[in-house]
Each structure stands twice: as structure tokens, then as C-alpha cells.
Design a protein. Sequence first.
Length: 644
Amino acid sequence: MKKYLLLFSLLLPTVAFGQGARVDNPGGPAQRVVQGFVAPIPGATITVCTSAGTGTPCTPVVPTSPVTLCTDSGCTVAAANPFLADANGNFGFWALPGSYKVSITATGVTGQLLSVTLPCVAGTSCVASNANTAFTGNNTTSGTWTNSGVWTWNTNPIVPNAGIASAGPDLLVAKKLSTIRFADQFAGADWCAKVNAADADLGATPGEIWLNQNAGQSACAASPTLSSNHTLKFIQQGTWTIGTVPLLLNPFSGAQCDAGFFQTVSGQCILLYTNTSAYAVSSANQASINRGAFLRGGMVIEVNQNGAGGIDLTNMAEPLFEDVVVASLAGTSTAKGLNLFANQAGAYYGHINRVAVKFFSTCLNVDASTLGNAPNRWDWDNLFCGASLSKDINITANGGDQHFTHLRASNLAASGTFISSASPSSTFSDVYADTPGATATGLSLASGAVGNMLFGVNIASGFATPCTIASGANSNHIFGITASCTDAGTNNFILQNNNGAMQPCARQGAVTAAQFSLSAGWGTTATASTVLGNDCSGVLIITASGTGQAANPTFVFTFKNGSFQGNGTSLIFARSDGNAPANVLAGCNTSLSTPTCTFFGTPVAANTYQFNWIVGDADEARIALRGPAGAWSRCSIGPADGAA
């Protein structure tokens, strides 16, 4: 706050005593023309008016309070107005710096009206009075101003700060500053009520509500509810108790911790939630999609009631969570740290970055099994799960299309599961779990988990069941897993690497469209329109053209350099376009020379379909996997060594 409000205080005018300036005979003495000769006007009447003065004698005259026309340079005593010129027509006066109209009148003489400007006296202030002074227009000042009273900014009083922690009484606190509202300056029974009052004052205008400890921190009678495009900014570290009703974030609104920016010491902004249900970032009736809500900047969400969940993400589109900690102070077997679910279509595109969830039964629960609307396309980057009691990541049926990067978990309880999924089309990259309970499971893909992609899966030692794939969990691709998998599904491709990194095959030589033959189901004039890469990896684009498109068309890949060597070879084609039909995968058989790949859907005429392929070869890869002292590291790819 110092960085804003100290500057703000310098921009405010403050009361100081004025310093008068002297003017004598402006435009010359009082004179008249008599028979062609110039003669003085003895005892002419001199009237000093404001810059808006008109007429002779002029009006309106300058005020006597505050003192404007003075008896001396101190300008503490008002001079007579009007006053008389001397016998030779000479006159002069002291006045505060500014612009004036001065009239010269006498009996039988045509009056004159002069414009007079008195400059500031060098080295002194131009403030005119020790009373209240109104400023208009754009005013520029320099030097030091001293405030000893109450100033008003746009009808709102600006008062000395009551005492923010680590701040002195020299600060000023405003109620409003452009689109910023200071919650502690609004009326309300508790901090939530003050936030609501500030939110209402902003109305439909996008803006921020700044909150410090002066607004109070104890439990609220009712929760704050932020309107669209409003940010609740915590500008001081501390703990604020929400109480019995969840905080609701409406479209493009949210909470942000800025204590580290506004204070000389950094700290966390903690929302302590004491209700028995989860903190909510959704509409109260869950009847519509909320778009763009956010929590960020070091916010900490704590719950201290048995059975209380962390955060419910209901019907959210494009939310942003960044640098957030969610922690349970009294977790139970039913509580979920992050609970993502949707009962409205369009709950997608979440962005979760650097979020830690600790001491819940389930760290992240993605639930779409009974709601009918999958919360799709959420990105989870740098998610940490700590001390979960049941599951770290749980994705139910139809909860797919989740994308995890840099997923970490530690201290999973006994009988818990690191990743449990029964849903298709999610990706996991750079995954690590350690310190499990004695009977914990690492990776568990249940029936319905189809087409998931996992890269760099490090399951530390100590898991009783490191990796298990159930019947009905098919066409999943797992690259570089450090543990063996028990696989009861079909067409699952598993690259186990005890060194924790996948090794590529070593073939060279560019492939062309001639290496691919298309079945009739792609259309009468379909083509392999783009082919880039070699036997080991590349890109294929098929254009479905002509007529006769049919279900489950195939393409055959004839390796340019001949057959691969060994039973551990597998070919994976991952689709990477968004054309209709969406969410349709391709799977290939295990031929070592001419594998056939099937597109499990019906292509649409004129659409293009892009596939990225990678080939793993156990025998050739072993050359790159040779370990210390001549030992061989095992690399199992697909149905390795003849396994089903």
C-alpha cells in the first residue's frame, strides 16, 4: 500500500498560509484626458474584483474571507476594498498571487477596467489561505505540503491511516481511487459485508477491492460474493475466516494475494473455511457455466472441519488457479481437495498452475460418471499432491481429456492409489510419485481408460502394485515407465525403462507416400497428402476425398528399411487433428514389416486427418540402453519377448 498511497498523498493539496505579492499602478496612475492633455485623477476609486469581474465599478469584489486583498505581504489582514488613489492618481495593493480585474472610477470620468495578474513570490507557496481552499482545473505543485485536517476527494473523506501493520500514521487511506475500492472504508458488520458493500459500489464497472486487516478477519455472517470482472485483492498477509457459506466467484472475478507486493515482508493470504462442505468457485445454483474465475498469487485455502472438502470446481470454463495451496487441517476419508465436475455442457479449458493440495482423502477428483457432461481440456501444470489418504488423482468415467505436466505426489497412505483413471484421452507427462504406504498402488487404469498417453512415469520403489491395467482398458500408450505393468487390456503399448527415459530407435532415411497404402474406406480419391519422417517417427496426413467413406478404414505402413528385429517392436499412431469425427483413435497390429493401422470411425469427405507415429524396437534400443559395467537395461515395448 505504501507504494500507492504515499504517492497519492503527494498529489493532494494541503493547507498552508499564503504569501502576498505587491502591484503598483498597473497600467499607470489613474488618469483622464482634459482638452487634449493627460491629467491625474486625485482620489479615484479603485475596486479589486475576481478574474470574472465586469462593469465599472466592477463586481464581484474579491472575498475578505479567506483574505485575498491584504494590508501587507503576510496577507493575514484584509485591506479595504474599494480604496482611493492618492492626489496624483497613484495606487497599489497587496494580494494573493492570481488573476484579478481592477476598475478605476470617479465622478464625471469614464470608468476603466484593467486585467491584473500577480505572480507567486519566489521561494513561497501559492496557497492563498489557512482556511479551506477550493482547487479547480489542473494544478501543479512542488515542495512539501503539510496536512493537519481532513481532506475530501470526490466527496469522500481521506483520513490518516488507523494503523496498518508495519505502516506509520503518515499514510492516508482513501475509500475510492478510480476503479479501486478500499474495503475497510465501507460500512459492514464484518469483513465479508464490507467486501460486498465495496463490490456493490463498483457496480458493473470492472475493478478491484483491496482488503487489509483493518476490515476485520473473524468469521462472517454471510460470505462475500464477487460480481463480474471484480478482483478481491488481499494487500496484507493474514488469515481471514469465511465461516459457514462458501465464497462464490462469478465470471471473470476472483481473489488474489498481493501481500508480498504491498508489504515489506512477504506472506500468505489464508482463507480459513469452517463449513462442513467444500469451498465453491461456481454459481450458487450450479445452473450455468462460470467463465474465467481465478485464484492466484499465493492464496491459501484451509478447511478445519471433519469431512470438509477443499474446492469444488462446478461448471467452470476457463478458470485460472495459479500459486494456490489447498490444505485440510482435519481431513477425513471422504474429503476431496479439488473436486472437478460438471452438470452443464461447456465446462472446459481450465488452467491450473503451481497448485499444492495436501491432507485430503483425494487430491484431485474428476467426476463425470453421473453428470453426462465431461469437464474437458483442463491443463494441470505443476500439481503437487501431499499425504493423500485414498487417491492422488482419480478420474471417473467420461472425465477425460485432462492434461498433466510435472505431476508430483508424496506420502500416499497405505492402500491408496497414485493415479486411478477409468476415462479416455488424458495425457500425463513427467510424472513422479514416492514414499507410498505399504500396500499402495502406483498407476491403475480401469475399464474405460482408452487412448491415454503417459510419458516419463517414475513410480518410485515401495509401491505394492506399481502399475496395473484392467480388462477394458485398451489402446493406452505408456512411455518410459520405471516399473513393470500387469496388463489385462488389449493394444496397450508399454515402454518400460529402468533408467527413467525412453530411447529412440536408430533408423534413418526419409519415408514417402509410397510407404502408405489406404483402404477404400477413406474415399475413392483419398491420398496420403503429407508424409514427413523416417521409420522411427514422423507425421502422416490423410485427406479423405471422393466418395465411399466407410467405417474403420485402414492404412498399411511398409517400413522403408525393412523389417524390425524382435518381438518387442510396437508402432503407435497418435492422432493430432481436431476434425470430425472427434475423439476417434487409430490402432496398429504388431507386424514387424507392414503393420496395418485402423481408424476407429468413419472419415468425413474433404477432411484431413493427421497422425504422429513412433516406433519402438527392443533389440535396436538396447544398444542405447547399455548400462554401467556392461550390464543391459531392460526395455519392454508392447508385447515384449512374445508376451500377449
